[in-house]
Design a protein around this ligand. Structure first.
Ligand code: FES
Length: 117
């Protein structure tokens, strides 16, 4: 990434996490992250995130992020690292290891081979 671009990103946030909490209407042919518990997980994770009080870091709920087949998903920028989570504990692990210690949580990374939608 061009250093001017990365410097611009860092002016506001060191890390910015988006978690999909999208819910599709009943009967829709594509599943959604909310059907798999994303909203409850995101609310629990956001509380933990606030308690961690990480400097220049933000947690936002998001609409569909285009990886419904692996949902619930979250992405952390500026790195653009994607995670697929099943429990609140998964998110807590990501917050602790990725955001606080700068380590990837390999077991939760999304797969480029898996269905995206
Ligand atoms: S509904 Fe969550 S990524 Fe599409």
């Amino acid at each position: 990434m061009n250093s001017n671009v990365s410097n611009k990103l860092a002016e506001h946030f060191r890390a910015h996490l988006f978690m999909c909490t999208n819910r599709r209407p009943d009967g829709h042919p594509t599943s959604s992250c909310a059907e798999r518990g994303a909203q409850d997980m995101a609310e629990a994770a956001r509380k933990i995130f606030k308690e961690m009080n990480l400097e220049k870091t933000r947690f936002n709920y998001a609409g569909c992020l285009g990886r419904c087949g692996q949902g619930p998903v979250l992405v952390i920028y500026p790195e653009g690292v994607w995670y697929s989570v099943k429990t609140s504990a998964d998110i807590e692990e990501i917050l602790s290891l990725h955001l606080r210690e700068g380590k990837l949580v390999e077991r939760l990374l999304t797969s480029v081979e898996a269905p995206q939608v």
